[in-house]
Design a binder for this molecule. Structure first.
Ligand code: S3P
Length: 175
């Protein structure tokens, strides 16, 4: 693999679960950006948001992006808001192939229904509205991907297969 494979996309599109399967298929490591931040900070993302607020989290996210791209090539699963930051987007695009995972609103709502895990959604009374509005505001940034896969009603294995085909055809991995 010549570059990192960077999974971007909204919450609940399967970046972590597909990333795990993809990394196994490619025989490389997986770096989950949220987990990386949690380990460094010694607390969970919801705890960071509650204690310090979103700007602090975004600062830690920016630091994490700069650190993880230095590593040996890996699959990098980003957080849903990582590429909102122009400099994060630029760095990740320069060092990686950007693959965007998408899912329909129904699927996103199902996969993110557990409270207490996603501060960006938990702060809203109307979850569907929060998802729809955030999705709409981020549509433009996700369109920066080199390749997009819809993960609704598909298994991580099916999604990983499709990404592997794309990487082969693009010459990012050997057949
Ligand atoms: C966020 C998505 C989360 C996490 C944080 C903020 C966002 O990651 O980084 O809660 O702004 O969309 P997932 O996309 O893995 O849920």
């Amino acid at each position: 693999m010549t570059k990192h494979v960077v999974l971007i996309g909204f919450m609940g599109t399967g970046k972590t679960s597909c990333g795990r399967t993809l990394a196994t298929r490619l025989g490389c490591g997986l770096v989950d950006l949220d987990k990386y931040i949690e380990t460094k900070e010694g607390r969970s993302i919801p705890e960071i948001f509650a204690a310090e607020g979103e700007p602090y989290f975004r600062e830690k996210e920016r630091e994490a992006v700069r650190e993880v791209v230095q590593r040996k090539c890996a699959v990098i699963a980003t957080g849903g808001g990582t590429v909102k930051d122009e400099e994060n987007l630029r760095i990740l695009k320069e060092r990686g192939v950007l693959v965007c995972l998408t899912a329909d609103v129904e699927t996103i709502l199902q996969r993110t229904e557990r409270r207490g895990e996603r501060p960006m959604l938990d702060k809203s009374e109307d979850r569907r509205k929060a998802v729809e509005e955030l999705l709409e505001s981020r549509r433009g940034i996700y369109s920066n991907a080199d390749f997009t896969v819809d993960t609704s009603r598909r298994s991580p294995m099916q999604v990983a297969d499709e990404i592997v085909d794309f990487l082969r055809v693009g010459g990012f991995i050997r057949a």
